[in-house]
Design a protein around this ligand. Structure first.
Ligand SMILES: [Zn+2]
Length: 85
């Protein structure tokens, strides 16, 4: 990572509920969207969250377990090991 200003997938997962609630301050929102633009797994995660919100009619803030987050981050790790062809 060239810059400490860059958001990691872990940060994005932590912030996704705030993002969907439009509760992120503008600078964070910008970094969130910059990361998203170049990270397909996070795009998929955001899509999944949006669908969940659509299904529940609210943000599943209390239902995202730490286990689920850990599993997700493993998916990200595997994804990034793949050659980008
Ligand atoms: Zn990411």
């Amino acid at each position: 990572m060239p810059s400490s200003n860059e958001m990691s997938c872990r940060d994005l997962v932590e912030l996704v509920t705030d993002y969907l609630e439009a509760a992120l301050p503008a600078p964070d929102r910008l970094r969130f969207e910059e990361h998203l633009a170049q990270c397909p797994p996070c795009q998929a995660y955001l899509d999944q969250m949006r669908q969940t919100v659509g299904a529940l009619g609210r943000l599943p803030r209390d239902t995202i377990s730490d286990d689920a987050k850990r599993g997700l981050l493993e998916v990200f790790r595997d994804w990034k090991k793949r050659p980008t062809t």
